[in-house]
Ligand binder design. Structure first.
Ligand code: GLP
Length: 241
């Protein structure tokens, strides 16, 4: 794991956006694995600025998102479909046919999970996977568990994740309790992984991810086994490392 210290959130966002830009410039037809949450917002803002300046072209790029809540329609502003449109896809020239996000409204979620894994496989896997990290070290919505989930799967969100995500909803009871998440196979088969962390809330998770034992109780710890992981983190999130 390469750990890059960023001065602050802006610095972190610019450094990470540089890595994604380089990926898209070197391989315009890249498959980018993308993430939601507040951590990547600065990256998406920076990439939009560079796109608007004419420095980036996403017309050949494919996006596969990590996860989506169950039972939130894609036009619900809290859905990850809406988040990605509002914060990134609507501002760049990515082809909507090349944007993929799990369908949390599918009537048969098992079939949807299998479809998503097959889709990623048919794309040739992910070139660069962007990850945030949950306070409990989840990645995507792979929550602490007794084993790593290999395939895309339906998840019951943990209390800590529901509490953390309440800030995006009017009321705690509005936070969905279930989600679909990409599994560890698709994530760890990505050719490069870029994990970002910011703020003191992430310090325990980041320390356990980088220096603790590899265990499904700390889902992000699986990244220790990957050969090309870059972590960009600010001083607060690195304070326990
Ligand atoms: C959510 C997302 C994750 C994200 C995490 C951290 O649960 N499913 O992909 O990494 O939250 O979010 P934030 O960046 O807002 O702290």
């Amino acid at each position: 794991m390469k750990i890059i210290h960023a001065k602050d959130y802006n610095d972190l966002s610019r450094k990470a956006a540089n890595i994604i830009s380089a990926q898209v410039i070197l391989k315009p037809e890249s498959v980018l694995g993308l993430a939601t949450g507040s951590s990547p917002l600065g990256i998406y803002r920076q990439l939009i600025i560079w796109y608007e300046k004419g420095d980036l072209d996403f017309s050949a790029t494919t996006a596969v998102n990590l996860d989506e809540y169950c039972n939130l329609p894609p036009d619900n502003p809290q859905s990850y479909h809406a988040f990605m449109r509002q914060n990134f896809f609507d501002h760049i020239n990515i082809n909507p046919a090349r944007v993929h996000i799990p369908n949390g409204m599918a009537s048969d979620l098992e079939t949807e999970c299998r479809r998503y894994d097959q889709l990623i496989q048919s794309l040739g896997g992910i070139d660069l996977q962007l990850l945030g990290i949950g306070r409990n070290a989840h990645i995507g919505f792979n929550e602490p568990d007794s084993c790593f989930s290999k395939y895309t799967h339906k998840v019951a969100l943990s209390e800590s994740t529901i509490a953390a995500n309440t800030r995006f909803f009017d009321r705690e009871e509005d936070v969905p309790r279930q989600a679909i998440s990409m599994g560890m196979q698709a994530i760890t088969q990505a050719r490069k992984i870029l994990l970002i962390a910011s703020g003191p809330d992430k310090a325990d998770a980041l320390c356990a991810c980088c220096f603790g034992p590899v265990t499904p109780q700390v889902p992000a710890s699986i990244l220790q086994l990957h050969q090309d992981v870059t972590i960009i983190a600010d001083e607060e999130s690195l304070s326990k490392c």
